[in-house]
Design a binder for this molecule. Structure first.
Ligand code: ADP
Length: 496
């Protein structure tokens, strides 16, 4: 199969979250499994500066953006020693910026226009590059128009007439919702601006467009695939999703163990494996404590947190938890994140008040993320909702016991310690059901108590987590099945 992906992020070109990890890694795994894979991303400034050699494909064309002719140039590089082709859509006016989606003033005001342009260019470029496509795999709202183009305006394009489309939702909360006058930017006919396709409470909705027009929909964990079909998690699109319920499945993101494995992690003070985790983690713990300015104590439980400072990630519960327990509970906290100012301010205040217990880094730092995973005893991830989540998967491999809210991908990947899971040796962490302060506090306390008083139980949690396999191999096979299903469904409809 030739799978062509379109996404707004992919490592090592541009990353703000898990989307980039998936889009940079899944193509490599598909290629390893014998498929041809190409990916399209915008030629952001940071993508062009990522260090990989870029060549000009000499494919360039003009896209009409509501009367404004905008030129596009297609650049190319490769990943995985040439196994994956990467095409970059270059238009400096849209993409030569310091950030991907916005700056301190908020989202860029032309985001709708930027990604309508990107989607149009992907479709045009496939045709001009003469890429014979079997699957067009679109990620998140930024690529949501492509399944629509494939079934409408551009359905006769020769090179992907025989393709089926797959839409992957990485986070349903981000929908690309814009006022209806932006419909012009999509170049789609107004007949599609209806409640079953592109319209959403009077606005244009690009993710809904992708869901409605694609042949198959995936999201990033089985539990999240179920949750988003309910009003509580559906962000207003649960009805649209329920209609397509027999065409939706969840596939947990894989971990790139070339990068995230304590046996070969270049960022660690000492590498370790399941055979010497106690010594390895002890050394990394003292290294981390020294690095972030916490007292170097082996006995105190060290709890790590990494992630966007957004309400989704549970900071509205973490904030009162720390405020109420930082004095009374003898624990250390290492926090790495950037995002909303209100959380940054509250956490900064805590770190100022108790520098012996709270270390805070308000930045994006990959090396520090690795050191926190290795040096912490526990990893706290109390997300309000979590499509998949990657850090809990890294934590499992690093012997850093995850404490999570039982939601979405966290349900599917962390097995709560209780009598039954202890008896069967399947426990890997701690989880709480109700998203409230008391439940979180009780769960964290359980984690700390087990760590402090039951070293044997702790060791079984660590070892079970470290020996699990959350690599891309299984996930890539699941995507292969989804692609086959998409093609079957398109064939049933007589389109292939
Ligand atoms: P999301 O995509 O919702 O932000 P995920 O857990 O799926 O959350 O993926 C987040 C990815 O970004 C992980 O690889 C995580 O380590 C990384 N990350 C998030 N914030 C930071 C940060 N401040 N510094 C370093 N890495 C971060």
């Amino acid at each position: 199969m030739h799978v062509v992906m379109a996404a707004a992020e992919a490592i090592p070109f541009a990353k703000t979250g898990g989307l980039a990890d998936v889009c940079g890694t899944l193509p490599l795994k598909l290629a390893e499994q014998g498929h041809r894979c190409s990916i399209f991303i915008p030629a952001y400034k940071r993508a062009l500066e990522c260090g990989l050699p870029m060549v000009d494909t000499h494919i360039s064309f003009v896209v009409d953006m509501v009367g404004r002719p905008m030129a596009a140039r297609i650049l190319k590089t490769t990943l995985g020693n040439g196994s994956v082709d990467v095409y970059l859509v270059d238009q400096p006016l849209y993409f030569d910026r310091d950030q991907l989606y916005g700056d301190y003033r908020g989202d860029y005001r032309d985001n709708c226009e930027r990604f309508c342009f990107f989607s149009r260019c992907v479709v045009e470029a496939i045709e001009r590059l003469r890429l014979p496509v079997d699957i067009i795999h679109c990620h998140d709202w930024q690529a949501g128009l492509i399944p629509a183009y494939h079934k409408t305006n551009f359905r006769d394009f020769q090179w992907y007439r025989n393709a089926a489309s797959v839409m992957t939702i990485h986070n349903l909360a981000y929908q690309g919702r814009y006022w209806q006058h932006d419909m012009g930017l999509t170049a789609m006919d107004w007949q599609y601006f209806n409640w079953q396709q592109m319209e959403f409470y009077g606005d244009l909705n690009l993710l809904k467009t992708g869901i409605a027009f694609s042949d198959y929909v995936t999201t990033v964990s089985p539990s999240y695939a179920m949750e988003i079909q309910t009003p509580a998690f559906g962000c207003g699109l649960d009805g649209t999703l329920r209609v397509r319920g027999n065409r939706i499945s969840g596939i947990v993101n894989g971990v790139d163990y070339d990068v995230w494995d304590p046996r070969n992690d270049i960022h660690l003070a000492q590498r370790y494996s399941v055979d010497n985790w106690q010594a390895g983690k002890a050394r990394n713990k003292s290294d981390l404590q020294r690095l972030v300015g916490l007292p170097e104590r082996a006995d105190v439980p060290l709890i790590g947190l990494i992630g966007r400072l957004a309400e989704q990630k549970g900071w509205d519960l973490v904030k009162p938890l720390l405020e109420q327990t930082v004095d009374s509970i003898d624990a250390q906290w290492v926090i790495l994140g950037n995002g909303e100012q209100r959380f940054a301010n509250a956490l900064s205040e805590l770190a100022r008040r108790r520098p012996d217990r709270v270390a805070l880094r308000l930045e994006f730092s990959d090396p520090l993320a690795h050191k926190i995973e290795a040096g912490s005893d526990m990893f706290l991830m109390p997300s309000r909702y979590e499509p998949c989540g990657l850090n809990q998967l890294y934590s499992l491999r690093y012997g850093t016991v995850p404490i999570v809210h039982a939601t979405g991908g966290l349900i599917d990947t962390v097995n709560n310690l209780n009598e039954a899971s202890l008896a069967t040796g399947t426990a890997t962490g701690f989880s709480f059901q109700n998203y409230d302060f008391e439940s979180l506090k009780e769960c964290v306390q359980r984690g700390i108590d087990t760590y402090s008083r039951e070293p044997k139980v702790w060791a079984t949690l660590v070892v079970k987590g470290m020996t699990q396999d959350w690599s891309w191999t299984n996930s890539a096979s699941a995507y292969e099945s989804a692609y086959r299903r998409a093609r079957e469904l398109a064939a049933i409809e007589g389109r292939l």
